[in-house]
Design a protein. Structure first.
Length: 373
C-alpha cells in the first residue's frame, strides 16, 4: 500500500500532524519531509531499523548521510572545537540551503559515537561529518525534539536525482516510507550547496542554490555605528574599529572588505557630505586611525538592512533605527551597555581623546562578543 501523503497545511490540525510524524520517527519510522531545496526521507540514526531502511533507500549511492539540525547550535553535539571562521559560516548561512562538512578529531568522534551507542561510521564519513540546518518550519518542528541525530536522504530514487515535490517522492518510494508531508514544490527546486569547511576558508564540494558570489556576500559582516550628526562619535568608532580589525587580521584597512568585514557609520540627523570635526580627526590619529577622508551620511533603511550589527551612541539613536526598520531591533545595541555616550561636540581635543580611549575599549569588548576578535 502506498505511503499516506498529507498536506500538513490543509488538514486543519498542524500540531497533531507534527506529533504524528515525531511519533513515527521516534519509533523507527521514516517520514518524508520538505526543505527549502528538496524533499528527503528522514530517519533516526540511533534506531537500528530506521538506519537500515535509510541505507536501503540510498541504493548504490555512496555519499554519507547528512545530519539535519533543528537549530544551528545543535551542531556542537557532533563537532570538536570550531574555529571562528567555522562559527561565522554557521551563523551567516544557517538556517539555509547549505550543508557544511567539518573535520572532527578522532577523540571527539569516539566520544560522540560512544554516547549515542553507534559506530563512528553511522555518523561520520572518515574524519568528517556533514550537517545541514534547513530553513523550513515543518522539518524543524518535526525533528526539533528528536532523541538522537536525524538523517535525511534524497539519493537512490529510481530517477537518480533529487525530488522537488511530494508527488514525485510518493511515486518513487511507494510504501518504503511511513508518511509523506506535502507542502507543494520546494522553494528553490535545486539541491543545497555543500561546503567543506577549513580552518579559515571553504571549498565548494557540490554546487547548489548558493554560488560562490552569493556565499561571499552572505559571509560579509557589516558593522554600523550610529550617532546624531555623523561628524564625531560614530565616525570615530568607525575609524577605530577599522584600525582594530586591521591589526587583528593583519591586513591594510583598504583590504578589510576582502576579509569579509565592512565598517560604516551614519547619523540619525546627519546632512550628507560634512567632514569629521578637527578634534575627532586628531583624537583617532593618536590611536593610529584615519578620519581625514570621512564624509557624513544620514541613516537610511538600506544601511540598516545591510548591517549585521548596529551599535548606537545613545538610546535615541536606537529608537531612530527602530523607527525606520522595526524588524531590526534584534541587531541593535547601544555601544556602551551602561547607557549613552556623551556628545563631545564643542569640546576641546582632550575630551575627544578621552572619548577615543573609551570607544576603543567598548569596541574591543563588542567585537569579542561577536567572535570578531
Amino acid at each position: 500500500m502506498p505511503s499516506p501523503v498529507v498536506n500538513i497545511f490543509e488538514v486543519g490540525d498542524y500540531d497533531a500532524q507534527v506529533a504524528r510524524a515525531r511519533g513515527l520517527l521516534h519509533s523507527g519510522g521514516l517520514v518524508v519531509l520538505p526543505t527549502e531545496t528538496v524533499y528527503g526521507a528522514a530517519g533516526l540514526l540511533t534506531h537500528d531499523a530506521a538506519r537500515a531502511r535509510l541505507s536501503g533507500l540510498r541504493g548504490t549511492q555512496s555519499n554519507p548521510f547528512t545530519i539535519h539540525l533543528a537549530r544551528a547550535e545543535d551542531a556542537r553535539n557532533y563537532l570538536g572545537d570550531v574555529t571562528d571562521f567555522g562559527q561565522r559560516l554557521m551563523r551567516k548561512l544557517w538556517p539555509g540551503p547549505v550543508g557544511l562538512m567539518f573535520d572532527v578529531p578522532a577523540e571527539r568522534r569516539r566520544q560522540v559515537a560512544e554516547a549515542l551507542k553507534l559506530a563512528e561510521a553511522d555518523i561520520y564519513d572518515g574524519s568528517t561529518v556533514t550537517l545541514r540546518c534547513p530553513d523550513h518550519i515543518v522539518t524543524t518542528d518535526v525533528i526539533g525534539d528528536a532523541p538522537g541525530p536525524v538523517a535525511m536522504t534524497v539519493a537512490g530514487t529510481q530517477s537518480g536525482g533529487p525530488s522537488f515535490s511530494a508527488e514525485r517522492m510518493a511515486e518513487e518510494l511507494g510504501d518504503r516510507v511511513d508518511l509523506i508531508f506535502d507542502v507543494g514544490p520546494t522553494k528553490y527546486s535545486r539541491p543545497s550547496t555543500l561546503l567543506k569547511v577549513g580552518p579559515d576558508r571553504y571549498e565548494i564540494v557540490r554546487p547548489g542554490v548558493y554560488d560562490e558570489r552569493i556565499i561571499e556576500r552572505l559571509l560579509r559582516t557589516t558593522i554600523l555605528f550610529v550617532c546624531s550628526g555623523n561628524t564625531c562619535r560614530s565616525p570615530m568608532a568607525e575609524a577605530i574599529t577599522r584600525r582594530i580589525l586591521s591589526e587583528k587580521l593583519a591586513v591594510p584597512e583598504p583590504e578589510l572588505e576582502k576579509k569579509g568585514v565592512s565598517v560604516v557609520s551614519a547619523g540619525s540627523f546627519a546632512m550628507p557630505g560634512s567632514r569629521a570635526t578637527p578634534q575627532a580627526v586628531e583624537a583617532v590619529r593618536d590611536l593610529g586611525a584615519d578620519l581625514s577622508h570621512h564624509r557624513s551620511r544620514p541613516l537610511t533603511v538600506e544601511l540598516i538592512h545591510q548591517a549585521d550589527m548596529i551599535f548606537t551612541m545613545g538610546r535615541s539613536h536606537a529608537m531612530a533605527v527602530a523607527a525606520l526598520v522595526p524588524s531590526a531591533t534584534d541587531k541593535v545595541a547601544t555601544l556602551d551597555p551602561r547607557g549613552d555616550i556623551d556628545d563631545p561636540i564643542g569640546s576641546d581635543v582632550t575630551v575627544y581623546q578621552d572619548l577615543a580611549g573609551q570607544l576603543r575599549g567598548l569596541i574591543e569588548r563588542r567585537l569579542q562578543e561577536q567572535t570578531l576578535l
